[in-house]
Design a protein around this ligand. Structure first.
Ligand code: ADP
Length: 491
């Protein structure tokens, strides 16, 4: 599982928990709000019913006082005011009533109050005598309204208390769940992400302190596994590079040693104190010295080119040349050699113009011809062919030598790569082809190999014709143009 998915899942669970807690709180608040409003309505109902009772009793007392001709108290409400307040109070009580029972009770109270008020419109004596039953019944009704409201208020209060304790439990449960969630998430985070991270950083530190065999364990979420894999790949590649550099140094030392020993021997033979050499012997010795010096020169040249290419500092001096001419020059050079090969040159009748740095292109073809001679048996045939294919010039070198396997082909153009059987066959450090490829690519061309082990190889250099090359920015710079920096580092 990836770290991102894992974090999203845990955050989702925590968010869900928080949302549920918030939803329950909203629900509980509205339930408590409803209980509080029922409680408020009941209390208001009780107050109104009591006010009505007081109003009715005051009304009746005023009627009696009038019969007894007691002078009206100016500070108190008049009979008409009391009468006028009764109906709105009943309406308000009706609005506040929450149950059918309450409405029915208020209906009977309203009937009794209306009856009482109707009697009050008769003669004064009759009013006092008849007022008793409907008034008592109205007061009884109001008492029952009060009781009903008291019961309602108590119920509402109990319900609120119940919900309150429920809310306490729910809140506590959510708090515990959230706490447990946070603890679980941090523990899992530690196990799933922090441990692999710690192991990776420890491996990096160990690697940095010189323990080059250290590799990071690849476990945990995808991202961290990728990180560990990338680090391991980098460590492997560094180790490989180091191995190659050591092998390269050993190779260079070995390759330098052979010509140097030959030179040492030659100078010893022709030096003072040794018997004078016959002219033929002297000629052979000089030829040997010449070949060894040439080998040394080529090796040092390849090494220099390789370092210049790696630094992006090899400069080209392009000019339009006939590819046939270049091929001819190289073949002439090698024909005079003593390899015992049959060197065949095959050229088209018309010129094949390419825009190249002639010295560099000759270097490439020389390398291909020299390899063809090195890696094929003496006396076998080596063909150098120049041809034109559509808008490209092709220079190919074919041999009947040891050939190259598919696996080796993949690494053939990388620096310091040598095929297994090449090592025993011929001297070399594995730089020529990598330098050749960079040079050809800098001319806007490509170099390809077609080979079969035991049968032979064909190396072909494809270059754009001069007319096409003139349009390519890489091939048509001013008097000199640096090679582009290499794509990769040394392997
Ligand atoms: P070097 O010849 O100094 O080793 P190169 O870069 O020229 O370096 O060649 C790299 C390797 O490619 C050689 O070591 C050899 O294994 C292989 N190779 C090149 N040319 C040929 C060829 N014509 N036939 C067989 N193998 C070849």
């Amino acid at each position: 599982m990836s770290l991102r998915a894992w974090l999203a899942a845990t955050m989702g669970v925590l968010a869900l928990l928080s949302l549920s807690a918030a939803a329950s709180l909203v629900l509980l608040t509205s339930v408590l709000d409803r209980s509080a409003s029922t409680l408020g309505d009941s209390v208001e109902g009780i107050r109104l019913a009591e006010e009505m009772e007081v109003g009715l009793l005051s009304h009746e007392r005023l009627v009696r006082e009038r019969l007894a001709s007691v002078p009206a108290d100016t500070g108190r409400a008049s009979r008409e005011e009391l009468e006028a307040a009764l109906r709105p109070q009943l309406d308000e009580l009706d609005r506040l009533a929450a149950t059918d029972k309450g409405h029915a009770l208020l209906k009977s109270v309203r009937r009794d109050v209306e009856l009482y008020l109707a009697q009050q419109r008769g003669p004064l004596q009759a009013r006092v005598e008849q007022a008793g039953p409907p008034l008592d019944s109205a007061l009884d009704g109001l008492e029952r309204v009060i009781e009903l409201n008291v019961v309602q208020a108590r119920d509402a209060r109990e319900e609120a208390a119940r919900w309150n304790s429920f809310a306490d439990r729910v809140g506590l449960a959510f708090a515990v769940l959230l706490l447990a969630g946070v603890v679980a998430v941090s523990l899992l985070l530690q196990r799933i992400a922090l441990h692999p991270l710690r192991d990776i950083s420890q491996s990096m530190r160990r690697f940095g302190s010189g323990r080059k065999r250290t590799r990071a364990p690849e476990y945990g979420p995808t991202e961290l596994r990728d990180m560990a894999r990338t680090f391991n790949e980098m460590a492997n590649s560094l180790a490989h590079q180091q191995e190659q550099q050591l092998a390269f140094l050993a190779g260079v030392a070995h390759e330098l040693r052979n010509p140097l020993s030959a030179l040492k021997l030659s100078t010893a033979l022709s030096g003072r104190g040794s018997a004078p050499l016959t002219p033929e012997r002297m000629e052979r010795t000089l030829a040997l010295v010449g070949r060894q010096v040439e080998r040394l020169d080529r090796m040092v040249g390849d090494l220099l080119d390789s370092t210049r290419i790696e630094a992006g500092k090899l400069e080209l001096q392009p000019e339009v040349r006939d590819a046939r001419e270049l091929a001819r020059e190289v073949v002439e050079l090698y024909r005079s050699g003593e390899s015992g090969h049959v060197l065949q040159l095959s050229l088209p009748e018309t010129s094949v113009l390419v825009r190249v740095d002639p010295a560099r292109l000759e270097q490439v073809v020389q390398n291909l011809v020299s390899n063809a001679l090195k890696y094929s048996p003496a006396g076998s045939r080596v063909d150098v062919v120049v041809r034109q294919e559509e808008a490209e010039a092709v220079l190919s070198v074919r041999d009947q030598g040891i050939g190259i396997s598919e696996d080796e082909k993949r690494l053939l153009f990388a620096p310091f790569q040598r095929a297994g059987n090449a090592r025993q066959r011929a001297p070399g450090v594995g730089l020529g082809l990598s330098v050749a490829r960079r040079i050809v690519e800098a001319h806007g061309g490509r170099i390809v190999v077609d080979s079969e082990p035991g049968t032979g190889s064909v190396f072909s250099v494809w270059l754009p014709l001069a007319s096409v090359a003139a349009r390519l920015p890489e091939v048509a710079p001013g008097p000199s143009s640096p090679l582009p920096p290499p794509e990769g580092t040394l392997h």
